[in-house]
Design a protein around this ligand. Sequence first.
Ligand code: GUN
Length: 283
Amino acid sequence: MTARIIDGKALSAAIKADVAQRVVQLKKQGITPGLAVVLVGEDPASHVYVRNKAAACEKAGLYSRVVRLAADVPEEQLLNTVRELNADSTIHGILVQLPLPSHMNAARVIETIAAEKDVDGFHISNAGLLMTGQPLFRPCTPYGIMKMLESENAVLRGAEAVVVGASNIVGKPMAMLLLAAGATVTLCNSKTRDLGAQTRRADVLVVATGKPEMITGEMIKPGAIVIDVGINRKADGKLTGDVQFESASQVAGAITPVPGGVGPMTIAMLLVNTLEAAERCAE
Ligand code: GUN
């Protein structure tokens, strides 16, 4: 069997085009959705991500502002920057790019973002709303994955969903969204015994571990939908996911590629969350 490729680039382009249309409507009411991205330090990957986020905003007609702070900035100065953005009515979404330098308390920084501007969905109040089935913002990567599953017409009610990786950013909110959609969810972590026994039960398998190619074809149920969140650089410079694409695509029914799978969806959903934050201001 050769798996269908789930084209995240095409799906994200369609979502961004829809956002652009809704932005036009909102502008007629005098509101331009605005996203502020705060970037602390010099992490090269973070710089690329932030540049891509700002470019995607501008392309869809949103206003974007990038606030760059030095790696050694005192935490209090970062908190004050966030407080100013909370009070700024031209800004509807605030995102502090992670990881932060080690002298900072990321949880405290995230909790300082106004929950109604927390377009990442990382604030504890947004995590709690998601967990209790009344989400305000869904974290962008899991939200994008739900859109991919929707585009595949995946039946989630009663399905076995296995999520590998239990981070606050991807694994845990992913589990909550799949659960809300009626799946039976198993959330695996680095201590899980016999990971293959878990993953082989999955009708829907989501992998977000940051470990290159750790999931191989023999760990996948024939016909499963496989979503690979990983993006890792190999010794030869090429990008690869957390799933070994060659072997997995022989067994899976559908699979996301790396690059061109989940990555583009994350940015598209950030635009959706920012737009919806601005739309709520118009209500
Ligand atoms: N770093 C890696 N992914 C993300 C994300 O989705 N949001 C933020 N703020 N930082 C990240």
